[in-house]
Design a protein around this ligand. Sequence first.
Ligand code: GLC
Length: 438
Amino acid sequence: MESLNDSLTEAERVLHDNDRGDHTIPAAGLYPHQWLWDSCFIAIGLRHLNIDRAQQEILRMLGAQWSNGMVPHMILSDKHHNARDAKLWRSWTNPAAPDIATSGITQPPLLAEAIVRIGKKLSLPERRHWYKSTFPALLRYHEWLHRERDPHQEGLVLQVHPWETGLDNTPPWMRELHEHQMPLWIQAVEKLRLDAIIKPFRRDTKRIPAEQRLDTVEALALYSTQRRLRRKYYDIDKILSHSLFAIEDLSYNCILIRADELLCSIAKSIRQDIPTELQVQIENTRTALEKLWDPYSNQYYSRNFMTHKLIKEPSIATLLPLYAGSISKERASLLIKQLENERGYGPPYPVPSVPVDSPWFKELGYWQGPTWINTNWLIIDGLQRMGFKDHAAALKESTIEMVSNAGMYEYFDPLNGQPGGAENFSWTASLFIDLIKS
Ligand code: GLC
């Protein structure tokens, strides 16, 4: 095992190399833009090294906020794939989009978490100033989420693309895609096994072994879903009236519940009011999470927005109610049991993105098996806040050891700790630093 100091130096080098001045890319080559939740995780680590730079990471994301309140999931870089990717999104077709090229969807709302973590490193007057300067945009983002993404005001917010969850090919979404949204031509590609013809044209598998990425049919389905959204100019009314594909994702709603709590704490510390309407919505989301509980299997699931049917497919989201922090101790204990189960979420290098005994499980299959450091970080934080200190400490230790041994990779094999995906991956580096330094 490399010494922790060597690994810390390595992590700092990765963040330095991926620094593009006013933002950090997730990894060179594969991910050349700025991503929303990546930047939040990056800022959480960067605050230990360079607080100004951590603030800049967040301010740039907020600077790309749409006039309706949405913070996009990507700000497209003006170099590299810019022309191609900007055309792929055509964000400018929506009147709310800013001048710079962005995507047309959002990602998990980790902004409040990053803003508070940065705030903790600042002196009191600086913190007030930081909170005051970010609060208006943050508030508008949360208002947009609760208004636009909960159109019937039932409490849970919906997502229109798996990219919005950050867990791109996670089984609950892939199952729904297959059942409800697979265009005929993709079904034909699958049936006739034509994916082999398309494979050579993929950009990602030129850099990363194909078995560590999404399979070609999944990738096609994600791009075709994105194209449908683009054709509706990212207008939620048009999207919902034409498409039957929307999910109230468990992981997203859990992260929102914690983010709302942090938003309120920011407001309190700078003596700002949370509008009454939003207060009611925040409370409704906390209560609505319990609608996702399945008493038969003793766990939470995502739900189809249209049919209200639970999508009973376990994934890393299953454990994120611990991060939400709003659930009962009793339900939390049931989730902990799953974390302890070696054939579930407790293999030697936890926490796998899909339980080991799931038919979907593939050790290095992107969000269908590998252990990712950002979800480990969320679970560790949730365990700590919910009072499961020993579990939190054990997971923190195994995470640090795994990264220190294997390096700053995108994800890891939960059975043997071997690395997979992109090397020099920013959030692995930044969260490794944070786990050690906080
Ligand atoms: C992939 C991941 C997503 C991440 C992005 C950039 O799409 O699934 O979570 O934000 O890459 O790293």
